[in-house]
Every structure is written in structure tokens, then in C-alpha cells.
Design a protein. Structure first.
Length: 420
């Protein structure tokens, strides 16, 4: 299957449009990184406390932030989690203690901040553990249980908490929701000692600053090592200028992707870094396909200009590029639309990266080869300087190996394509 047969698009003739497009998005992202949102590191890298909260009704972000401020938990970042109908939010706080005691204290502080009308002397059933409820029932002993009291009350408590979590989604609207779930005497005792708030803490994660700093360093090294490895491979497989072109292209893709996250103020987490590393390989693979066709055509069209060879090579691989990139894009787009909040950052990076990576393989990588050849010719090798990969026809009009000027010999075409 081919989308394009005998395509003859002058991609190099449109290079200034491509350069303008890349500059606009690269500069916009760079300005955001340096002066606006900066790099919006996620909790994985900067450390802090991430609290997942489910509400009984649609939450008010401003009210949550105000409640956090009143409790001394400043600079809270709040974002919706999953579908709007789920009434779930993610509260990101700059609390960086990592001990179990600090974890419990942080959770208690958040609960106290959100509980604005808690009855005195009562506990919140929506934020009570099975163990706490079991101990309460054993202390009150509403069933007047005998020797098997521990087991009976543990079963009653588990039934209540399981119903709350699995049937009601983690939040009870009232204690009346528990009718038929537990014994009537147990529910009467629960009603005396507990009330029902409009929220429940679903999960609390804390990342310390030292761990975040190590992850940030390792993520940066992973990207740098991958770029260095590509440069070495392509320099060995083709020629050094091919490696340089590929690295510049991948750097271009990475800058635009990170810049887009900065402009959108979307957190860059470990999963986003994994997506960026995936894009490094994906973009490089597309670039190598174009480079490989250029190398083959250099041998077949030795008398043609390098710009014509590059244009023809891009056109010859265009159908393959569109098919591969299009199918991959549809897959990651579905992941972005339906993958949920957990995969949102990862899939967004892939959506942006696949579009930019496919574009840059055509519009950035190949033109760099031609620009390098033009620069090398102007640098002083004279009008007879051979282009990358060598061509048979010299600028002066003589065929390669001309007896009139034996010093003008073409560059040797190596097995890997090019040696100047």
C-alpha cells in the first residue's frame, strides 16, 4: 500500500518555511522554560506530597486551596483526576518529609484542613481505617460479644469499609447508606462515634528532595547518553555529519516537546521522561530511513546535485513515513484520549513527539546535510569541492577523473555511504 506514487515535492525548496515553523515553536518553548513556567518538574523530581482526594460532590478548587492555606499548607497545586464525574482531585503540596510518622501527620493535616464542620468528639467515617473502626467497636461492644469479639467486630468493620470503598467509590453520603451492610446495633454505635464528611483521602505519596534530585540527574544523564550513543553509531555507520544532523534533529524534537509541557504547565514526571527517550529512538529511526535512502541514491545518481538527491530520497520514503507515523500516532492519540490521568503525561509527550519527530526527519535532518555541503564548498575547497558522498560531476563541468585537472578527484563512496 502506498499513499504517494512518484511523489515529487520540493521539500528543500520549502526549507525556510520549515525553519520559521521550528523557530517559532522552539523559541516559544524556550521563553516559557526560562522566564514563565520554567520546566514544570513533577513530584518525582522536585519532591513533595501528592494526595489523591475523592469528593461526594464536584469539588471547588479555590475552596480547597483556601482551606490548605488556612491550615498552613501553602502553595498547593490542584488538578482534576480522571473524568469530571469522578469528583477526584490531586493535591500537590511541598511537604518533603519521608518518614512514616510524617506521612501520617501530613494526611492528618490535610484531613483537618478539609473538614470544616466536624462535630466535636466524633471521627470521620470516610477517612477511617478498618483497624480504627474495629478498635472502636471492640471498645463500645454494641453486640455484647464474648470470646470471639475481635473476629466479629473485625468482620463488621471490614464489611463497612469494603462497602464504602468498593460500592460507594470511597465516599459515603451518610451513615444511612450502610443499612443492611452491618448489624443494626453496630450501625447505632457507629452513628454515635462517627460522622460523614464530603471527601475521602484515597492515597498519599511522598518523595523526598534527595530522591527527587537523584532522579532528575539520572533522567538528564539518560537523555545525554542516548544522544551521545546515536552520534557515535551514525558517525560509524554513515559519516560524522549524519550523526551531527541526527543529534540536532533529536535535540530539536526534545526542546519542542519539553517546551510544549512548559507552555501548558504540565508536570514532567518519570513517565514523561520515558516517553521522551522513546521519542529519541523513534525520531532517530525515521531519520535513519531517510539517510539510508540518501546513501543508496548517492551511488546511483552520482552526477546529480546533492539537493536533488536528498529531495528524491525524501519523496521515495514519504509513503513509508506517513504510513508508519500515522498508525503510531493514532495509537498514542487513543492512549491520550482514553488512557486516564495516570498515562496523560506519557501519552501527551508521545502525541507531540511523533508529530514533531516525523516532521523533523524530513524538514530538519536532511536539509542539514545540504547546508553542511554548501558551507564546506564556500569555506575554501573551491568550485570543484565534492559534495557529501561524492558525485561524479564537478562544479566546473568536468567529469570525475578529468585528465585536465587530476587533483579534482571525487570523494570516495564508502560502504557506509560517505567519506569526505
Amino acid at each position: 500500500m502506498e499513499f504517494f506514487r512518484n511523489a515529487n515535492i520540493d521539500f528543500l525548496g520549502k526549507k525556510w518555511y520549515f525553519i520559521a515553523f521550528s523557530l517559532i515553536f522552539s523559541v516559544a518553548g524556550l521563553v516559557s522554560i526560562l522566564f514563565w513556567h520554567h520546566i514544570p518538574y513533577g513530584i518525582d523530581f522536585r519532591g513533595g506530597t501528592l494526595v489523591e482526594v475523592k469528593f461526594a460532590q464536584s469539588p471547588d478548587d479555590n475552596a480547597i486551596r483556601a482551606a490548605m492555606d488556612r491550615a498552613g499548607l501553602h502553595h498547593a497545586r490542584i488538578q482534576r483526576l480522571g473524568a469530571t464525574a469522578n469528583n477526584e482531585v490531586l493535591i500537590d503540596l511541598p511537604l518533603q518529609e519521608t518518614s512514616e510518622q510524617a506521612l501520617d501527620q501530613g494526611k492528618t493535616m490535610i484531613i483537618n484542613a478539609l473538614e470544616t464542620n466536624a462535630p466535636p468528639g466524633q471521627q470521620d467515617l470516610n477517612n477511617t481505617s478498618t483497624l480504627t473502626l474495629t478498635n472502636y467497636l471492640m471498645d463500645k461492644d454494641p453486640l455484647h460479644a464474648g470470646t470471639d469479639a475481635a473476629q466479629r467486630y473485625a468482620d463488621q468493620a471490614k464489611a463497612i469499609i469494603d462497602f464504602k470503598d468498593k460500592v460507594k467509590g470511597g465516599v459515603l453520603n451518610s451513615i444511612d447508606d450502610l443499612k443492611g451492610v452491618a448489624d443494626t446495633a453496630v450501625l447505632a454505635s457507629v452513628r454515635d462515634g462517627f460522622f460523614v464528611s464530603n471527601f475521602a483521602i484515597r492515597n498519599v505519596d511522598i518523595v523526598g528532595p534527595q530522591v527527587g534530585g537523584q532522579l532528575k540527574k539520572q533522567a538528564l544523564l539518560a537523555i545525554v547518553y542516548s544522544l551521545g550513543g546515536m552520534l557515535i553509531y551514525l558517525a560509524f555507520r554513515f559519516e560524522w555529519i549524519y550523526g551531527v544532523a541526527a543529534v540536532i534533529t533529536v535535540f530539536h524534537d526534545t526542546l519542542i516537546t519539553v517546551g510544549a509541557f512548559s507552555l501548558l504547565n504540565k508536570d514532567i514526571s518519570l513517565t514523561v521522561v520515558a516517553a521522551i527517550l522513546t521519542l529519541v529512538g523513534y525520531s532517530n529511526n525515521d531519520t535513519i530511513v531517510v539517510f539510508d535512502r540518501i546513501r543508496e541514491n548517492l551511488k546511483l545518481m552520482r552526477r546529480e546535485k546533492l539537493s536533488d538527491i536528498v529531495n528524491r530520497s525524501i519523496n521515495q520514503t514519504l509513503s513509508r513515513t506517513i504510513l508508519t507515523a500515522g498508525l503510531t500516532f493514532l495509537t498514542v492519540l487513543a492512549l491520550y484520549l482514553f488512557g486516564g490521568e495516570v498515562l496523560n503525561g506519557f501519552s501527551l509527550a508521545l502525541v507531540i513527539g511523533i508529530l514533531i519527530g516525523t516532521y523533523s526527519s524530513i524538514a530538519i535532518a536532511a536539509p542539514i546535510l545540504v547546508a553542511y555541503q554548501d558551507w564546506r564548498s564556500q569555506r575554501g575547497r573551491g568550485p570543484g569541492a565534492a559534495p557529501i558522498g561524492g558525485t561524479g560531476k564537478q562544479a566546473g563541468g568536468a567529469d570525475k577523473g578529468s585528465k585536465q585537472n587530476p587533483s579534482r578527484t571525487p570523494s570516495k563512496i564508502s560502504k557506509a555511504g560517505v567519506t569526505g
